[in-house]
Design a protein around this ligand. Structure first.
Ligand SMILES: CCCCCCCC/C=C\CCCCCCCC(=O)OC[C@H](COP(=O)(O)O[C@@H]1[C@H](O)[C@H](OP(=O)(O)O)[C@@H](O)[C@H](O)[C@H]1O)OC(=O)CCCCCCC/C=C\CCCCCCCC
Ligand SMILES: Nc1ccn([C@@H]2O[C@H](COP(=O)(O)O)[C@@H](O)[C@H]2O)c(=O)n1
Ligand SMILES: [Mg+2]
Ligand SMILES: [Mg+2]
Length: 210
């Protein structure tokens, strides 16, 4: 769903991307700073129960994920290695966010049930991304799913942020919804990949390499 906002964000971020490129900042520097910022802030703020501050700081760093591509495009420096680094660090960032929450729920937050729900979200989120990566490696396009990364992050960060402000029910509801949507997305991507790999006629986006 949020993928439809992507062209708009790309256009809005292009001037900033141009400026950073002019200053000699490389796309991979933006990628690395964003990922490092997310990992450190998630593993510092969340385990301490600072859910609002954590969500606010993480949001700032996670938005750099949209800026690295803008810098790459502005400097005509779009590379396969950059795309690989970006996707790989996305996984580490997502793992850190959900691990930070788990540390809180199994520790001072004293809510092991939500700890296990967070663990499920982490595993299902990895499943969502892995299925797409493996499908693409086999030549099948798998750009589907109700909860792609942007949706998962918005649900998680808003739920944790509002939970940190003591708004009742939002955090557990957000985590359970995230678990459900992530599970549905795994199934959607499995079905899409199966259809694309078993149908004789290839469809748009498929490359056919095995
Ligand atoms: C009360 C508070 C209300 C706050 C309301 C907030 C509403 C927010 C509404 C919109 C803002 C978000 C717009 C996001 C638009 C994103 C567009 C997009 O598609 O971005 C994708 C991009 C990077 O994509 P990549 O191609 O680089 O990454 C791919 C991805 O990793 C794939 O993963 P998969 O989907 O498969 O799991 C990989 O498969 C693929 O390989 C890989 O290339 O950007 C992002 O992914 C990052 C998006 C970040 C969006 C987070 C924004 C956070 C917004 C709100 C949080 C608010 C929290 C506030 C805290 C305080 C709350 C009280
Ligand atoms: N270090 C990087 C990061 C990204 N890219 C290119 O941008 C695309 C992703 O852009 P987003 O803004 O949507 O994250 C990625 O697929 C690469 O083409 C890059 O070259 N180097
Ligand atoms: Mg990016
Ligand atoms: Mg990224």
């Amino acid at each position: 769903m949020l993928r439809y906002l992507r062209p708009l964000f790309s256009r809005l971020l292009l001037p900033l991307g141009r400026l950073l490129a002019k200053l000699g900042i490389t796309p991979s520097t933006v990628t690395l700073v964003g990922a490092l910022g997310v990992v450190v802030s998630a593993l510092v703020f969340y385990p301490l129960g600072e859910l609002f501050a954590g969500s606010a700081v993480i949001t700032g760093f996670v938005l750099l994920d949209m800026l690295d591509g803008a810098v790459a495009r502005a400097s005509d420096n779009t590379t396969k290695w950059g795309a690989f680094l970006d996707s790989t660090l996305d996984r580490l960032s997502d793992a850190a966010i959900l691990s930070g929450l788990m540390l809180w729920f199994f520790g001072g937050g004293e809510n092991p049930t939500l700890g296990y729900v967070s663990l499920f979200c982490l595993v299902a989120g990895f499943g969502v991304s892995y299925i797409k990566a493996r499908a693409e490696a086999l030549g099948a396009n798998c750009d589907v799913g109700i909860a792609e990364r942007a949706e998962r992050l918005v649900i998680l960060l808003v739920a944790a942020g509002l939970g940190g402000l003591d708004v009742p029910y939002v955090l557990p509801a957000g985590l359970w919804i995230l678990a459900l949507l992530s599970g549905i997305t795994v199934v959607q991507r499995l079905i899409e990949t199966r259809n694309r790999l078993t149908r004789p006629r290839r469809t748009a986006g498929d490359t056919g390499s095995v």
